[in-house]
Design a protein around this ligand. Structure first.
Ligand SMILES: [Cu+2]
Length: 384
């Protein structure tokens, strides 16, 4: 695959131009600009409905999953979705091997990585993080994820393939926690990223996402693209080959920001969700709470559940959701990091041994391995 370098247009402001050297663009993976798709393209099947504050207070469950079932049933309902299982990845590593690979060879996590909030993440770290993402976008795909044109898109396909199984049910937070860890691990192992992962405190920016430097022309580009291609920032004119939904059609990174929706990432809604005592109830609330509102508020590519990781902002958003989950666990670590409630997509009760699969990018693990972020498989915490 030929990678054509196109200079990024920088909006020259006094504090920007001097510091950020022009980076080769990831815009034109095939040498020409990809089109913006109509917003209706992104109205793909939803698995959780957005909850208002009142809904959450009244105890509503966000799950609207209509696609329950095992792989065969999902395949029947969604014939165009390329699911794993037809050809399983060769020798997925099991958790014991994963433990052997645990970087620090710690039996317990004595030196956790601390994920840093975006505003206190240094400019240098921000750039290294974005460079790491671009590195994945320029790297060759593994060939094991249908439709993927680069290594970054492998993980987008991974998410797309698993969408019906990991949204709208209690595996949601656990699976995405391990997805984020997998993404971080790809940045580290494959692109030499050495810094902590950033997270973005969306409660502080609720109703005014666009005012955050996340959406500046220096970093991720505007949120207010009105459904058009994002043409500023470091992912200007990014070409996406996965999605929307279960199909794959080449398109640009677009956003359609709506601050009335982002307003619902406010702290009060998250507090209501995190006041729910059981994991399953908290998770259902969270999925339709800050999670849904962040996705829908940013809009367009982010609004499509399946391929939303095509927008690099996805990872900042999901780190925020994972951080809120961790804060809920901190309310009773003895119980909330060691037990589980809720059901999977087939209606079976989750157990500590329920498998969490990354389709071979990393080892399959079990629920018990990701409940605690400071244990032998995961080893991180949040700056606050
Ligand atoms: Cu997801």
């Amino acid at each position: 695959m030929h990678l054509q370098a196109v200079p990024i247009l920088f909006i020259i402001t006094s504090h920007v131009a001097a510091i950020v050297p022009p980076q080769p663009s990831v815009a034109c993976v095939l040498g020409q600009l990809a089109p913006a798709l109509p917003m209706s393209s992104y109205n793909t099947a939803k698995f959780a409905r957005p909850l208002s504050l009142v809904d959450a207070v009244l105890g509503a469950n966000a799950s609207v999953t209509t696609i329950h079932g095992n792989l065969t049933q999902i395949k029947t309902l969604m014939p165009e979705l390329q699911l794993p299982g037809v050809r399983l990845p060769p020798t997925p590593r099991d958790v014991e091997i994963e433990l052997k690979h645990f970087e620090k060879r710690q039996s317990t996590c004595s030196n956790p990585r601390v994920r840093i909030e975006w505003d206190t993440y240094t400019d240098r770290d921000k750039q290294l993080y974005i460079d790491g993402i671009k590195c994945l976008m320029r790297a060759r795909p593994s060939g094991r994820f249908p439709g993927s044109q680069n290594r970054y898109e492998d993980i987008v396909v991974l998410h797309q393939q698993n969408t019906p199984r990991v949204h709208g049910n209690a595996i949601f937070l656990l699976w995405h926690r391990y997805l984020l860890w997998t993404f971080e691990d790809m940045l580290r192992r494959e692109c030499g990223f050495t810094r902590p992962l950033p997270w973005w405190d969306e409660a502080r920016w609720s109703g005014r996402f666009q005012q955050s430097s996340v959406f500046s022309s220096r970093w991720m580009g505007t949120m207010l693209a009105r459904g058009n291609c994002v043409t500023n920032g470091q992912f200007a004119n990014l070409a996406c080959n996965i999605g929307p939904g279960t199909r794959n059609q080449r398109h640009c990174l677009s956003r359609n920001g709506d601050e009335e929706k982002t307003a619902n990432t406010r702290q009060s809604l998250t507090d209501v969700c995190n006041a729910r005592p059981t994991f399953a109830d908290m998770a259902a609330c969270t999925e339709g709470g800050a999670h849904a509102w962040g996705h829908n508020g940013i809009g367009a590519v982010m609004q499509d559940v399946y391929a939303s990781p095509s927008d690099p902002v996805f990872w900042l958003h999901h780190a925020y959701i994972d951080r809120n989950f961790r804060r809920w666990q901190d309310g009773d670590r003895g119980r909330r990091a060691t037990t589980i409630t809720g059901k999977d997509s087939t209606g079976r009760d989750l157990s500590l041994d329920t498998s969490i699969s990354m389709n071979g990018i990393r080892a399959d693990v079990r629920v018990r391995d990701v409940l605690n972020t400071q244990s032998s498989v995961l080893c991180y915490r949040y700056s606050y």
